[in-house]
Design a protein around this ligand. Sequence first.
Ligand SMILES: [Zn+2]
Length: 191
Amino acid sequence: MDDLVQPRIGSDAVLQTLDALGEVGGELLAHKVLEAAGLRHVLDQKLQEMVPQNLFLALVRAIEDTLPRSQVDLVAVSSGRKNGSVLLEQYIPDMAQKLLHTLPPHVAGPLLLQALEKHSWTFAGSAKVHYEAGPPLQLVIENNPMAVWGCLWQCALLETVFRGLISADARVWHMACCADHRPSCVYMIEI
Ligand SMILES: [Zn+2]
């Protein structure tokens, strides 16, 4: 497929996963994984803001093929948290963050989901994303092409964003998953 028409995702999905991989297994292992996946070139180029989804998925598959399950899960969660922090820093303006901090959680929660829906390309790529203001609060990713790692990655990302802005005790429950042949990945957020 032409590189320009491929479905794309924010490049931080790749960059933060590489960072997490380096932390869990060391730089040498990160290089070995990339080599095995034929992705060595990723280290030699400056990625644009968005990259083909397949690049991220190839990296995920290479990590799954190389690391033991426990380390795969560590990388997924760590990368999800890092991506959540990037989303907070780069895509939720300071003014909006201050406003969300001052509002009660049941009001701020749906507003945050609205912002996440707008920036869903960073964590859901080309998938259609919508939310339910609830209660319960829910984020839905239809036909999620990134339904990998049991969605630990996306759960950790959402939890980081909600803990940072809405409630330190926020928890995310993955209620349905495209990896289990469901039509959508459904994430319920408890605040
Ligand atoms: Zn899922």
